[in-house]
Ligand binder design. Structure first.
Ligand SMILES: Nc1ncnc2c1ncn2[C@@H]1O[C@H](COP(=O)(O)OP(=O)(O)OP(=O)(O)O)[C@@H](O)[C@H]1O
Ligand SMILES: CC(C)(CO)[C@@H](O)C(=O)[O-]
Ligand code: BAL
Length: 280
């Protein structure tokens, strides 16, 4: 696996793949890799002969006061995992390569980025859209893979790709979970053992609410029950909401729906989401 940190070197390597007629699948990450990321890499390996992974902890997507400084960084372990998984190229630009002095362009995707995490984390999705657009222009992938764990992020990227005419096939990969159901996340390492044990309330509350709504119970009552069980487990709840799976706005009869939540336990903010089928 080549590890590249400068843009001209990346351009040379990508031109080499293209000259050989090889399609490229791309997995953008912020590192501290776990089995969730590796599921994206495995899908990428199936999708194209060349796989590029990026690791870049993007300062622009952290709102003021968030965990940018203490975000886990595990460069050597990450690099070993990616090499063992058969990744061709690891793109790891320093901050000054991504945002040289004078960088002044911001990409704001309206609508789908505004509710939920967009409301809770001001500027977050502008930072995500801006860095993902730059990564797409740098890597020039044919296919890009994102996790459904960050469901709103996936929707924002799909919107941006459609609106800006990126010729990239964006694919979502189902959320990978620990044995007890907690979604894998780099931020899980922040959890003390007792908080990690309580955190299972998040997937459980979403599962219970989704099943209740699917069998025709009142959605608002199911959401209130989910909120109460999260609070009983020690969470401060940012939101628990049922939305239209495409627009992330008000659910539309007959259209796919999604139940999303964000909540903090002992200061660590976790997100999760599940699909909700039509009432039986
Ligand atoms: N449990 C998971 N299952 C599937 N995909 C995941 C999972 N966790 C992260 N991903 C995906 O991996 C990509 C990189 O995510 P990122 O590096 O931010 O990891 P993370 O674990 O989501 O970290 P964070 O703690 O910041 O949420 C994203 O597309 C994200 O949706
Ligand atoms: C897509 C991403 C790599 C952009 O920084 C990040 O938001 C993430 O890891 O999900
Ligand atoms: N996994 C999304 C990146 C973030 O929370 O900033």
């Amino acid at each position: 696996m080549q590890t590249i940190r400068q843009l001209p070197d990346l351009r040379d390597a990508v031109s080499g793949f293209r000259a050989a007629g090889e399609r490229v699948a791309f997995v953008p990450t912020m590192g501290a890799l776990h089995a969730g990321h590796m599921a994206l890499v495995a899908e990428a390996k199936l999708a194209a002969p060349r796989v590029i992974v990026s690791i870049f902890v993007n300062p622009k997507q952290f709102a003021p006061g968030e965990d940018l400084a203490r975000y886990p960084r595990k460069e050597q372990a990450d690099s070993r995992m990616l090499a063992a998984a058969g990744v061709d190229l690891l793109w790891m630009p320093p901050v000054e390569v991504m945002y040289p002095e004078g960088h002044a362009t911001n990409i704001a995707v309206t609508g789908v980025s505004e509710p939920l995490d967009g409301a809770a984390r001001p500027g977050h999705f502008d930072g995500v859209a801006t860095v993902v657009a730059k990564l797409f222009n740098q890597v020039k992938p044919d296919i890009a893979l994102f996790g459904e764990k960050d469901f709103q992020q996936l929707a924002v990227i799909r919107r941006m790709v459609a609106d800006l005419d990126f010729d990239i096939d964006v694919r979502g990969v189902p959320t990978q979970r620990d044995d007890d159901g907690l979604a894998l996340s780099s931020r899980n390492v922040y959890l003390a053992p007792e908080d990690r044990a309580s955190a299972v309330a998040l997937p459980r509350a979403l599962g219970v609410a989704a099943r209740a709504i699917e069998k025709g119970d009142d959605a608002q009552a199911a959401l209130a029950t989910a909120r109460a069980s999260l609070e009983a487990a020690g969470f401060d709840v940012d939101y628990v909401e049922l939305v239209d799976a495409a627009s992330l706005g008000t659910p539309v009869a007959g259209q796919p729906r999604r139940l999303l939540a964000a909540a903090r336990i002992a200061g660590t903010r976790l997100i999760d989401n599940v699909s909700v089928a039509e009432p039986e």
